[in-house]
Design a protein around this ligand. Structure first.
Ligand code: SF4
Ligand code: FES
Length: 274
């Protein structure tokens, strides 16, 4: 493989990132307590001049987001269990008058697919005017996992944001859990056995060590209240909000709402009142 940006999974260990990939941190926040959700930049890491770095995959490093070798001490295996079939073959299709949507159900429960009073599936099926169409496209292309892809029904052209290669550490401030690595801009991912995963513009890698769809995030960081020590939470929740006290540490396993009935996040996630 060429020497551009790439991520290699180390067996039983971290993600090895090579090729001068910028690293930053975003908090996921709502718009005044309502949908849509937004990414808010918290910090950029100084990775310039470094060809590579190792990112924690077991969730237990004391030097987050970087690896400190703890995976070896705790016997982390991190065996890759996710399907390796291409996205288009795994995804279900939804169609509307102007748009179509692919959905492979690989969800980090980041909630960008929800809009005020609706969600991407309904918007896609109803998008007969430009405003609804734009809302449907935004709801799909903000999704960090790449679960949702919106495209023009007639031409088949996908609507995708033109990301530069980069990795964004997500902190789900609203759910009070540290989230996955949001990998953007088509960075190749290589499995521990050398398998080259399908190159995607967006995907989310598990870094809490609890996913059942390794190496991808399946939202279990919320169930386990994964917390990496980020100051995002203090800045956005601390002081005025007493819920900060419920934050750190790995708690008891709580099934997130969208998993309780075995359905998609679309049907069960919290909805705005207005
Ligand atoms: S599909 Fe899941 S990860 Fe994607 S925007 Fe919706 S809730 Fe977030
Ligand atoms: S970071 Fe989401 S399941 Fe591990």
């Amino acid at each position: 493989m060429a020497s551009g940006p790439r991520i290699t999974i180390i067996e039983g260990g971290p993600y090895k990132v090579e090729g001068h990939v910028p690293l930053s941190e975003d908090a996921i926040v709502s718009t005044h307590g309502r949908y849509p959700m937004q990414y808010r930049r918290v910090r950029d890491y100084a990775t310039e001049g470094r060809d590579g770095y190792l990112l924690c995959r077991c969730g237990r490093s004391k030097a987050m987001p970087f690896c400190d070798g703890t995976h070896a001490a705790i016997g982390f295996t991190g065996e890759e269990t996710a399907s390796r079939e291409p996205y288009a073959e795994r995804a279900e299709r939804y169609s509307g008058p102007r748009l179509a949507l692919l959905d492979d159900d690989r969800c980090a429960y980041a909630r960008f697919c929800h809009r005020l009073g609706s969600e991407v599936w309904t918007l896609t099926e109803r998008a007969a005017d430009e405003r609804t169409e734009r809302s449907a496209i935004a709801a799909a292309w903000e999704c960090p996992t790449g679960r949702l892809t919106s495209f023009d029904r007639l031409t088949g052209e996908p609507y995708e944001q033109g990301f530069e290669p980069g990795i964004v550490i997500l902190e789900d401030v609203e759910e009070r859990a540290s989230g996955p690595l949001f990998v953007r801009g088509g960075i190749p991912l290589i499995g521990a056995d050398g398998f080259e995963y399908e190159v995607r513009n967006r995907y989310a890698l598990c870094r809490c060590g609890h996913s059942r769809d390794v190496p991808f995030c399946d939202a279990y960081h919320i169930s386990y209240r994964f917390y990496d020590g980020s100051e995002s939470f203090e800045g956005l929740w601390g002081g005025e909000d007493p819920t900060i006290e419920a934050l750190p540490g790995e708690g008891e396993l709580v099934e997130p709402p969208h998993m309780r009935r075995g359905g998609s996040v679309a049907s069960d996630a919290k909805r705005p009142e207005g």
